[in-house]
Design a binder for this molecule. Structure first.
Ligand code: AMP
Ligand code: MG
Length: 331
């Protein structure tokens, strides 16, 4: 999804080229991903600076690559660690999402994620060992600290960018911004509407295509549009694709009827956790989950070029790729 925003911006520029609203745009590399920020309004420049600073601060908390980020320090220390308020909030939410999704989303998969991150299919014994040291039940949260069982570890790759996107909203509001589109590594914050008051147009990545290929668009305002797919990070071995989203039950990359999941809702951390979880569940369980929850909508891309959109997206989605068909799932 990382590159999807290129498309988003293309549509966006096409449709809003005639506006004279002041704007500010910046691309930054943070949290191991490309972030593109475009803000409209009188305070566009100032709010952009404030958001870029906030993202840098979050990076010190959640980055999987900065050696002394808080998450890396917690993992390295093992045992019990004091938590910053940002980390406390994200871990509390992550634990709740893990329980709610029956462990399909799990913030304690570091051993498995690291093992598969080596770029080849691991030996079964190593998968078994990593599985034995993975799972959110290995983490105990208390007032201001968390305790990890030995040789376990946090991996917040499935929720951190969504959580950060929640925290840029108050900054936009503080500066009176009513029109902004931000991509935090493909996690889209479509704040307000475009300067001409029409909805934002967010491309949906074609899992078969290149990074800039879309199969359709979603028109939204004031929403997070957050995706998980098998195309984002993967390797191919013996003709089979192994991607970066792990089914905690098997210890292998999720292998079901889905290629990607897009979640549309008003809470970034939730959208991020749900996109990962529903991708792990497969379409049937994902739709059952949606039926029980009224606070999000979803678009599922299945392996056979079928798309299922939940009923709340009926008027938002436009299909543009003739190889795909789509149907609407009602509650
Ligand atoms: P996303 O792109 O939001 O679906 O997140 C994928 C990232 O989350 C991976 O690169 C891993 O860092 C981590 N991850 C992998 N599998 C899971 C899972 N089942 N639950 C939570 N996080 C996961
Ligand atoms: Mg996610």
């Amino acid at each position: 999804m990382k590159k999807l925003f290129t498309i988003t911006l293309t549509f966006f520029l096409l449709f809003s080229g005639c506006t004279h609203t002041p704007s500010a745009s910046r691309t930054i590399f943070a949290m191991d991903t490309v972030m593109q920020l475009t803000i409209y309004g009188e305070n566009a420049g100032k709010s952009l600076d404030a958001i870029a600073t906030a993202i840098r601060n979050y990076e010190q908390v959640f980055s999987p690559t900065i050696v002394d980020s808080e998450v890396q320090t917690i993992n390295r220390n093992g045992g019990s660690s004091m938590l910053s308020s940002d980390m406390k909030r994200v871990l509390t939410n992550a634990e709740a999402f893990a329980k709610e999704t029956g462990g399909a989303f799990d913030p304690m998969l570091a051993p498995l994620v690291d093992l598969w991150g080596n770029g080849h299919v691991p030996e079964q014994a190593k998968i078994n060992d990593a599985r034995a040291h993975s799972g959110y039940k290995n983490m105990k949260l208390s007032q201001n600290s968390c305790t990890l069982r030995p040789n376990t570890g946090l991996n917040l790759g499935g929720i951190a960018k969504g959580a950060v996107s929640d925290d840029v909203l108050p900054i936009l509001k503080e500066y009176g911004i009513t029109s902004a589109i931000l991509s935090l590594g493909g996690n889209i914050v479509a704040h307000g509407s475009r300067p001409d008051k029409s909805p934002w147009v967010v491309g949906v990545r074609d899992p078969d295509g290149e990074a800039t290929d879309t199969l359709g668009v979603l028109k939204v305002h004031d929403k997070f549009v957050i995706s998980s797919g098998d195309y984002e990070r993967f390797f191919i071995e013996n003709g089979k694709r192994y991607h970066h989203i792990i089914n905690p039950k098997t210890g292998y990359p999720a292998d079901n009827d889905l290629r990607s999941v897009v979640i549309v809702c008003e809470n970034g951390a939730m959208a991020d956790a749900y996109s990962t979880a529903l991708f792990v569940m497969g379409s049937e369980a994902a739709l059952n989950f949606w039926r029980k929850h009224t606070n999000f909508e979803a678009l599922l891309v299945l392996r056979n070029h079928r798309i299922i959109i939940t009923q709340g997206l009926k008027n938002s989605f436009t299909l543009s790729d003739g190889r795909y068909t789509y149907e609407v799932e009602n509650r």
